[in-house]
Structures are given as structure tokens and as C-alpha cells.
Design a protein. Structure first.
Ligand code: ADP
Length: 570
């Protein structure tokens, strides 16, 4: 049976107190018994002393005159005179003393060898009765007196019971007191225990009084509430962090200092799978797979807290970062940076290309102006070079315009406002703008689009699209050709168009997929001479994509280049 705190406290107190009371009682009773025995021995000593002085005054051989003295003593008193050899020479209770055995070995007689008195309580061999013996040595004989150890003597030696009753009353009163004190403390302790066990039912401050135990309880409750609050806050923060890590595009895994996995997100396993070909889903594979050799070396002899590495696998580039925490645990972050890397390379190429594209017209302008300035030229020659320089500035400004348009489409495509555009009148207007060029080159431009065809688009962007396509057709298809745009299909969402010319198209078809790249030219020298910036089709493709469409180029079997693209219906 399990005792509660209160019962246990009561039990311990009672045991300790009972033992103390028993100890005190035994001690007290023994002391009393010793005192009473000493008193009795004192009385017996008076008898032996009287006998001794009688004998010294009335020396005799057979002690016959002793009877007169003994008769004055209490009748139950037994008097024995024993000589130094242990032979009993006188005993007032035995007629024939010759039958008595030698008394040299009696405990009270033996005691006289070391002490001036000897006592013993035992059964008498001759009288078959218990006696309290008291013996003294008078120099010649041992004088022994004895009282029957009967109820009277016993009672005389028995300690007084009033002390026991007194102790008993104290005992019971103290037990009662202990019980009430324990009850008081027990209440607080039970309350604390319930609080500690359930830790839910929080005792209110009023439940505690102001003893020290209750103060502890109060403090504990306060601290517990504070702890609960902090725990909840930490949990909420942790939850947010875990949510963030789960939704992160980066693969993240936390390890203990012993390289045990603590936590990881889905992307980490996914990237690990891509890099290692291991489908176990165990992040520890990172410590064994060869692709992470640099990481293994770093973990063996790491001198810094940070590792940065790039891993190329399956046509993808991953960025690996390892960061040590203070407790020597660490996190490993994997990130797919293929796109960023490609963009970075593209941007690098782009910067090179722009510099290259700008250099040509600028060098031209500088050359023409230098010629005019340094050489004495006829007025018509001067005019000729000035015109050349002017044409190059036009190329330059077109290039700058194209570049800024591409940058705007790519970086702020969402700023172009869309509206419903009736495509036929829109194209008719453009056609009118080109009347001079078409006439000069004897080019026929046919618009084969139903009147009601309406698409969603941005006026300026669509202007750029069609102007670039027409410019290219005029430039590369040549004189005496036809340009046509027609609606070849439409569905619930899109209108599908074909724009083609009847020129030569692009002879080597490998160029077809690349003509939409920035600064890509099929014939570098020739097209540059024709005034192309190399950005026209790149603008067209980007603009169509902003409209939610796509564009492809193909050679027509009848000759000429054809562009197929679609735009959203209004
Ligand atoms: P560019 O400014 O050089 O014209 P584009 O991006 O507009 O640059 O065109 C890329 C290349 O595609 C051109 O250099 C040209 O060789 C080829 N091209 C474009 N349109 C036509 C066309 N209608 N016929 C033949 N080749 C064309």
C-alpha cells in the first residue's frame, strides 16, 4: 500500500516519537529500579552490619547465640554465616546445615572477591524458593542475608507506574499535535504534488497561505506559468521556422555534432536524390557519396566554420553550403542554381555582345569624323562622310532603343497595359507607314485577316513585333517579293497567325532555332551591313510571350521564311 505524504510524515514522526518515549521510559524505570534495589540493599546492609558487630562482640563457634538477634529481624529474613571455604556454618531457616552444599561458588559470595558486597536474585537450591541475596565479608566470615523474592519484594522493587501514565498522556497529546501540524503542511504539499503531477490545474495564489512551504509553492507556480508561456512562444517560433524551412526552395538538413540527422525538408532529399542517385531518402548518404568529396575533406580537417561548394550533376548545378553551429552541430544547405548560373553566363555574354555591337557604329562615326577633321576634302566628300556618320548614329540609336525595349520586356513586362485591338485596321495603319519602302522594293504586303478579329495586346509591343517582322522581310527577302499575314486558325482562347515572305528563307536550317537569340545573326558580316542590330527577333519572341503566345520560324517549301505565332483572343 502506497502511503501519501501526510500518512508517511505521520508514520515517521510517530515511530521516532514512540521510540524516544520507549527509550526514556526504559531508562527511567531502570533508574528507579536501581534506586529501589539500592534502598533495599541498604536495609539488608543494616542487617549484615548488625550481625557483624554482634558477632564481633559475642564470638562463638556454633553461632547458637545468633538466634536471639535474628529473632528480632523480620521473620522471612534468612541469615547465613559462611566461612572462607564456602561452608555454611549458620542458617536460621535450615535445621541441619550439614546438608547444605559448599557456597563458595554462589554469585553473591564470588562477588565479594572483587567488591565489598555481593547481591543476587535466584532460586535457593535448599529452599526451592527465589531469594534476593545480600552478602558482606566481615574479615572472618561471609555474612549473608536473604529475603524471599516474593510478591512483596517484587512490588518493593517495581518502579512506580505513575511515570508511565504521565508519559502516555504526553505521548498521546504529542501525537495529536503532530497530526494537526502534519495536516496543515500536508494540505500545501498535497496541493503542490497535485500541481506537479498534473501540471494543468494551476493553484490560484489564494490557495496558498504564507508559510515557507506555501511560498515555495507560490514561486513554483509563478515560474511554471512563466515557463509555460516561454515554452508556447518558443514552440510558435519553432513552428514558424519549420514551416519556413519546409516551404523553402533550398534543401536544408540539420545534423548533430555526431552527424545524426535532426531535421530535413523535402527539397534536401530531392536534390540529394538527383546528385547521388540514391532513392533511400536518407540524408546520411551525403557523408559517403563521392559527389560530396570536398565536404568529406572539410569535415575531416575543418579549420573554418563555413564551406561553400558547387556540384555539377545531371546537367544541373547545385550550390552546397555547410555552416557549423556553436555546439558543433551543423546545417547543410543544397540549392539548385542552374538557372541563376545560366542567367549569369548569359548576362556575361550579353555584356560582351553589347560592347561589341556598340563598338562597330561608334568606330564608324569616329572614323568618318576623323577623316573630315584631318583631311582637306571637297565639300561633296565632306557631305558624303557626314551622311555616313549620321547613318551610323541612326544605327546606334536604334540599337539603344532595341536594348532598352528588351530590358523593359524582361524586367518590367507587367508594366505593359493590355487592351483589345482590332488587328486588321491596326496592320493596315502599319502598312500605310511602309508605303514608300514597299513601293521602292516592289513588295506586295497582303493582310488576310477577318475584319472582326480582335486580340488582347499592347499597342506599342505589337507595333514592334510587326515592324521587326516587316523590316526583316524587306531586308532579307529582297525586292519583288510578297509579304503575307493571315489568320490560319482560331479556337476559344487564341488566334493563330502566319507571317511569311517569298524570299529565300534561311538556307541552313540549324539557324532556325537560334534566330530568336539576342545578337544572333545567320550571316554576321552581311546582316550587319544590312543594318540589323541582331535584336529584332529577340524582341518579337519576348513580346509574343508577354502576350501569352509562342512563335516559331520555318522555311516555306515554296521559298521564303514563315513565322507561326498565336495571340490571345479578346
Ligand atoms: P537582325 O537585326 O540582324 O535582323 P534579327 O534578330 O531580326 O536580327 O534576325 C536574326 C537573323 O535572322 C537575321 O540576321 C537574319 O539572318 C535572319 N532573318 C530574319 N528574318 C529573316 C527573313 N525574313 N528571311 C531570311 N532571314 C531572316
Amino acid at each position: 500500500m502506497k502511503l501519501n505524504f501526510k500518512q508517511r510524515l505521520f508514520f515517521y514522526f510517530t515511530v521516532i516519537f514512540t521510540l524516544s518515549i520507549i527509550g526514556v521510559t526504559i531508562f527511567e524505570r531502570n533508574k528507579e529500579k536501581v534506586q529501589k534495589t539500592e534502598t533495599l540493599e541498604g536495609i539488608l546492609d543494616v542487617y549484615t552490619t548488625t550481625i557483624s558487630s554482634f558477632l564481633s562482640k559475642n564470638p562463638t563457634d556454633n553461632f547458637s547465640n545468633l538466634d536471639s538477634l535474628v529473632s528480632l529481624f523480620p521473620s522471612e529474613l534468612r541469615v547465613s554465616i559462611i566461612d572462607k571455604e564456602g561452608i555454611v556454618n549458620y542458617d536460621n531457616t535450615i535445621k541441619n546445615i550439614n546438608i547444605l552444599s559448599n557456597h563458595a561458588q554462589r554469585p553473591e559470595i564470588l562477588a565479594l572477591k572483587t567488591s565489598n558486597k555481593g547481591t543476587d536474585i535466584r532460586n535457593s537450591a535448599s529452599k526451592n524458593q527465589a531469594y534476593l541475596y545480600y552478602a558482606k565479608d566481615n574479615g572472618i566470615n561471609f555474612i549473608r542475608v536473604a529475603l524471599p523474592y516474593n510478591i512483596n519484594t517484587k512490588n518493593l522493587l517495581k518502579p512506580d507506574n505513575s511515570f508511565v501514565y504521565f508519559i502516555l498522556i504526553i505521548y498521546l497529546s504529542v501525537l495529536f499535535l503532530i497530526n494537526s501540524i502534519i495536516n496543515k503542511f500536508g494540505k500545501s504539499v498535497t496541493q503542490l504534488r497535485d500541481f506537479a503531477i498534473h501540471a494543468k490545474v494551476i493553484p490560484s495564489e489564494n490557495n496558498f497561505s504564507d508559510n515557507e512551504l506555501d511560498e515555495i509553492g507560490k514561486k513554483l507556480t509563478e515560474n511554471y506559468l512563466l515557463l509555460e508561456k516561454s515554452k508556447n512562444e518558443v514552440n510558435a517560433e519553432k513552428e514558424k521556422l519549420l514551416q519556413h524551412i519546409h516551404n523553402s526552395k533550398e534543401g536544408i538538413c540539420f545534423f548533430t555534432p555526431q552527424k545524426e540527422v535532426e531535421f530535413y525538408n523535402g527539397h534536401f532529399i530531392q536534390y540529394l536524390h538527383l546528385i547521388t542517385d540514391s532513392d533511400e531518402g536518407n540524408p546520411n548518404v551525403i557523408f559517403t557519396d563521392k559527389a560530396f568529396e570536398k565536404l568529406h575533406l572539410f569535415l575531416k580537417n575543418s579549420t573554418s566554420n563555413f564551406l561553400d561548394d558547387k556540384i555539377s550533376k545531371q546537367g544541373k548545378i547545385f550550390h552546397l553550403r555547410l555552416v557549423f553551429f556553436e555546439n558543433k552541430g551543423f546545417e547543410i544547405i543544397l540549392n539548385d542554381i542552374t538557372l541563376q548560373e545560366k542567367t549569369r553566363v548569359l548576362k556575361q555574354e550579353m555584356t560582351g555582345n553589347i560592347a561589341h555591337e556598340l563598338r562597330t557604329p561608334v568606330t564608324g562615326i569616329r572614323g568618318y569624323l576623323e577623316t573630315i577633321l584631318t583631311q582637306k576634302l571637297e565639300i561633296d566628300k565632306q557631305l558624303y562622310f557626314t551622311e555616313k556618320a549620321f547613318l551610323q548614329t541612326k544605327v546606334l540609336s536604334e540599337l539603344i532603343q532595341d536594348m532598352s525595349l528588351i530590358a523593359k520586356i524582361e524586367e518590367a513586362g507587367y508594366t505593359f497595359t493590355m487592351q483589345a485591338i482590332h488587328l486588321k485596321p491596326f496592320l493596315e495603319q502599319i502598312k500605310e507607314d511602309y508605303t514608300l519602302q514597299f513601293t521602292e522594293k516592289r513588295v506586295q504586303f497582303t493582310i488576310n485577316i477577318p475584319e472582326e478579329c480582335t486580340i488582347i495586346g499592347n499597342q506599342n509591343l505589337l507595333h514592334s513585333v510587326f515592324r521587326n517582322l516587316i523590316d526583316n522581310a524587306l531586308r532579307y527577302a529582297g525586292n519583288d517579293t510578297n509579304i503575307t499575314i493571315y489568320l490560319y486558325n482560331q479556337d476559344a482562347d487564341f488566334c493563330y497567325f502566319s507571317f511569311y515572305d517569298t524570299g529565300k528563307g534561311i538556307e541552313d536550317e540549324k539557324h532556325l532555332s537560334r534566330i530568336f537569340e539576342r545578337f544572333y545573326r545567320v550571316n554576321e558580316g552581311r546582316t550587319r551591313d544590312m543594318g540589323g542590330s541582331g535584336l529584332g527577333l529577340s524582341i518579337v519572341k519576348n513580346a509574343i510571350q508577354i502576350h501569352g503566345g509562342t512563335i516559331y520560324a520555318k522555311n516555306r517549301k515554296e521559298g521564303g521564311l514563315e513565322f507561326l505565332f498565336h495571340l490571345k483572343r479578346a
